[in-house]
Design a protein around this ligand. Structure first.
Ligand code: TRH
Length: 376
């Protein structure tokens, strides 16, 4: 981060109570590094903003996954190929996601505007403490095509001193009103004879054999696309059965999470959605060769398990470490999987805690309104 100074973000708290349509036009830039999280987060944010009345252009260098994530057009949302962005006229708010480096001609056009756009770099999600320190830092641009502009760093997070999490209005209500038995039955994915049901979305290196041993009998596993669809079925234990699912739209993937007794998720976006489902969730963190994923996982568990009884917290931590290859499978991890009612209560309490905080789109709208002078 060049030239970042600890300037506090303009105070958006009064606006947070009333955050509403800014009337601004938004440009959202996304570069796909790998997998689906980059475009998944950007699409979700874009759809959340247009759902609140904004006009959004989503520029992305790989729009392919939209064919299954969001196959139908969304009003006021234009999904456009990145190579076309260079000579576009910038909107009022420009969001550069995950440090993706905007095209230089576009930045020059931002600097040339009479009213400068609000330029926001939206960072990856983490529960680590640096997030609260870094959220809202300003990086004045002294050189290059953007000289004279300020870039602001926006960090999503799990506490009130961060940018919050994506949470569309009424999301939690929708999950509570969801008719899970009917939804599963209509797709041929209904559990039979007292089975419990889980969804599994995982990276290829997931320790499937250890997990299936710890899980025990009486489970229907709904396998999302990916390596586990071929790797897992030969490993199934007695009393376990699996169904391979097609890629779902993002909306249906939410419904899947709302339908299961346990959700195994990964990366960033599915991880957040599973928390809004208010059901037990096991997170496979994105592996980083420098080991940065270990502390990141522990930081999340510290927050999520802070209110749990010590034995339950220890069990869920053991299970999370085992699923991430950071500890062996043991009695504590298997015990956590057997104590699902307690885990469900914990997931509900954690969701309530998160729901009390302002969501990311609300915070972005409030910040953008201030930055471009729509509110004082
Ligand atoms: O795919 P991911 O592992 O993505 C990422 C990327 O690897 C990224 O580079 C990395 O930085 C980040 O993780 C941490 O997991 P994620 O974030 O859960 O993204 C998957 C998206 O796919 C999410 O938006 C949900 C969506 N999805 C569907 O829409 N339908 C489906 O059927 C499934 C399984 C997922």
């Amino acid at each position: 981060m060049a030239d970042a100074t600890p300037t506090p973000l303009p105070d958006t708290r009064p606006a947070l109570r009333t955050a509403a349509k800014t009337g601004a036009t938004w440009d959202l830039f996304c570069r796909v590094i790998d997998n689906y999280g980059d475009i998944g987060v950007c699409l979700r944010l874009a759809r959340d903003l247009v759902g609140r009345g904004e006009q959004v252009r989503l520029w992305c260098d790989d729009l392919g996954p939209l064919a299954w994530m969001q196959p139908t057009p969304v009003e006021r949302l234009a999904c456009l190929p990145w190579p076309g962005s260079e000579h576009a006229e910038p909107g009022d708010v420009v969001i550069e996601t995950f440090g993706c480096e905007l095209p230089a001609p576009f930045v020059a056009a931002m600097a040339a505007r009479a009213v400068k756009p609000a330029w926001i770099n939206l960072e990856y999600l983490s529960a680590e403490s640096y997030v609260e320190r870094s959220h809202g830092l300003k990086s004045p641009q002294f050189s290059g095509p953007g000289a004279g502009l300020d870039k602001w760093f926006f960090y999503p997070g799990f506490t009130a001193r961060t940018g919050g999490l994506l949470r569309e209005p009424l999301l939690v209500d929708a999950s509570d009103r969801h008719d899970a038995p009917r939804w599963l039955a209509e797709r041929g994915w209904a559990p039979a004879g007292g089975e419990r049901v889980l969804s599994l979305f995982a990276y290829p290196h997931a320790p499937l054999a250890g997990f299936l041993d710890a899980l025990g009998a009486g489970w229907l596993l709904l396998l999302c696309p990916g390596a586990p669809q071929t790797e897992l079925p030969p490993l199934l234990r007695a009393g376990q059965r699996a169904i391979a699912l097609p890629p779902l739209t993002q909306a249906d993937y939410d419904r899947l999470l709302w339908s299961c007794d346990l959700n195994l998720v990964r990366g960033e976006d599915s991880f957040v959605r599973a928390q809004w489902a208010g059901r037990p969730m096991l997170w496979q963190i994105y592996f980083q060769h420098d080991g940065a994923h270990g502390p990141k996982l522990e930081a999340f568990l510290d927050r999520q398990l802070a209110g749990a009884p010590p034995a339950q917290a220890a069990g869920w931590r053991a299970l999370s470490r085992a699923w991430n290859g950071l500890a062996p499978w043991d009695e504590a991890s298997a015990g956590a999987l057997r104590a699902l009612p307690e885990a469900t209560a914990l997931a509900r309490a954690w969701r309530d805690e998160l729901s009390a905080q302002p969501d990311l789109a609300t915070q972005l709208q409030a910040f953008a309104s201030r930055a471009i002078g729509l509110s004082s």
